[in-house]
Design a protein around this ligand. Sequence first.
Ligand code: SAH
Ligand code: MG
Length: 215
Amino acid sequence: MPATESDMRFPERLATLAERVKGFLPEDEGLALHAAASAAAQPGGVIVEIGSYCGKSTLYLGHVASVIGASVVTIDHHRGSEEHQIGWEYHDASLVDPETGLFDTLPTLRRTLVNAGIEEFVVPMIGRSSTIARWWRTPIDFLFIDGGHTDEAARADLDGWARWIRAGGTLAIHDVFPDPADGGQAPYRIFRAALDSGEFVEDCVAGSLRLLHRV
Ligand code: SAH
Ligand code: MG
């Protein structure tokens, strides 16, 4: 049975959970991500997320997958970006594994998926996104880039992953700040590169989230 508009609405229960999950996605951007993924996802198809962290954004994408009958592949090495390391601005000491002493968001991601009831629709892949991109061969309906914010990491995500977006599929990029006073420039630079390639056009903006589609 095809999904109805009310099936597709992001449920209150998940909105409450999303609010509690650690992470970096304001609700309005989450809802914009959800709406865009609802429009692009296809039954049996794949949504790819780069940068799972504790699963905040994964909740929005996972709900879409559960309604449409798609899968979310969410990729992260779970060791955190530069800004999450000890001594940096966004370090959270409660996410350090006491046994290894390493930053590790994977256990929290798994709890988030269980609590949301979407484990069946979300496949976490643990590793560096550029390593996984080397052998990825599957067309993507919706790609969300929210991983490392160095130029090297962001560029590798665009180069390694955007090529798999099918015609009409969506490219979503987070943390795009045209003004350097608002934040780092790597996501903005890959957003510009995607537009300048002529392969993508912009659809809309929500906060620092940019949505484009492949022409
Ligand atoms: N989407 C999340 C936030 C992601 S934070 C939310 O909604 O809250 C960025 C994440 O990207 C971190 O968890 C970090 O471990 C991961 N990351 C950074 N560089 C990466 C790389 N090269 N490969 C895989 N994961 C990476
Ligand atoms: Mg982000």
